[in-house]
Structures are given as C-alpha cells and as structure tokens.
Design a protein around this ligand. Structure first.
Ligand SMILES: [Zn+2]
Length: 199
C-alpha cells in the first residue's frame, strides 16, 4: 500500500513524460514536504532545465491540457491564456479562489476558519505557498483541471479535499472531490485509521 514503492517502481531512467526525461531518482529531494511519502526524480526538460518531480506528478494523467514539463509548458499555456484575457486571467480562473482561500485558511490568523486549519497546524506545501502567480501555477500543475460538474446555481460540485484531514495541503493528500465523495472516503479513512490504532 506504500505509494512511494508502488508508483516509483513504474518509473525508470530514460522514461519520457511529456517534455520530461527521467535522469535518476533523487536521494534527497529538495521539494519534499514533511509528510509526503512520494519518490522524486531528477528530470531533464526539453527546454534544457533540470527539475525534480514527484512520481505522482509524472504518473498523473488527469491534466491533459498542459504537457508535463519543468514548468515552461504551464507558463506558455498561461501566456496563451493571458493573451486572450490579459487582466483577468487569475481572478476569472475559479481555481484561483480555491488556491487563495486554502492559503488564507492556513496562514492568516484572522481568517474565519483559522482555528480549523492553520490554528491547528495544517500547512500548505511549499510549492503552493509561493506568491502569486507562481504558487497558483504550481497548484494547477499538481492538481489539474477541476471536473466540470456544477450545481444549478453555477457553483462547482468539486472542492479541494484532503484525504487525511489532519494532513497538510500537498499534492499527495489532495484531490478534487464532491462533498459526497469526501464523506465516503473520509468514512473509510477513519475506519482504517482506527483499525490501525487498535492493532
Ligand atoms: Zn522546460
């Protein structure tokens, strides 16, 4: 059940993901966060940059709009979108609010929900914590498109969900999920956690 071993074994030197070619597995990943159990790989991007990417990022096929890269594809994608809609790009992308609120809850003691988030030690991973627009681009790169399913009111049915509700906002612990899905997995997760504790 260990994500690190299960997914890392599918990746080897020379594998190509979008513009990224895998060079070697990183011994001491720089971007690794405290809780994440992912394996990281040093990759060479077609543009020449060398970057460290997680197994999760490399194997994730949800975001088909932006090719995997050192980040240069995401920025050229954004630049293209930017051209179409220069001023309002960030604020019209509804995911921007999700990202910005997530940061607020965890970093701003004046936020209404501070007690349930930052106040009890829930953190946002470093990649997503970078200032706008970079943290937002990283967030999009890791989380991909939000499924396009809305309520009649126009509000999205999908919000950002943490599998481990005591865990941080990291790519490994987050996904887009409906409230119904969140309830279901939380239920199973708590059962598993309790079962572990009782053993
Ligand atoms: Zn690149």
């Amino acid at each position: 059940m260990d994500y690190q071993h299960k997914s890392a074994s599918k990746i080897s030197t020379g594998d190509k993901f979008g513009k990224l070619s895998v060079l070697v597995r990183a011994d001491k990943p720089k971007t690794k966060t405290f809780r994440d159990k992912m394996a990281y790989f040093i990759c060479q991007c077609d543009c020449g940059a060398e970057v460290e990417k997680s197994s999760r990022y490399l194997l994730d096929n949800r975001n088909t709009k932006v090719m995997k890269s050192c980040g240069c594809e995401a920025s050229s994608y954004t630049a293209q979108k930017n051209k179409d809609n220069s001023k309002h790009l960030l604020t019209t992308d509804r995911r921007y609010m999700v990202w910005s609120q997530m940061k607020q809850r965890c970093t701003n003691p004046k936020h209404n929900f501070w007690d349930r988030y930052g106040g009890r030690g829930i953190k946002v991973c470093e990649r997503w914590l970078e200032p706008a627009p970079y943290g937002f681009y990283n967030f999009i790169e890791d989380m991909g498109e939000r499924p396009d399913d809305k309520y009649k009111s126009g509000r999205s049915k999908y919000t950002i969900d943490r599998t481990d509700t005591d865990g941080d906002y990291t790519p490994e612990n987050c996904r887009w999920a409906t409230y119904k899905q969140q309830w279901e997995t939380r239920h199973i997760y708590i059962k598993q956690k309790n079962a572990k504790l009782n053993n």
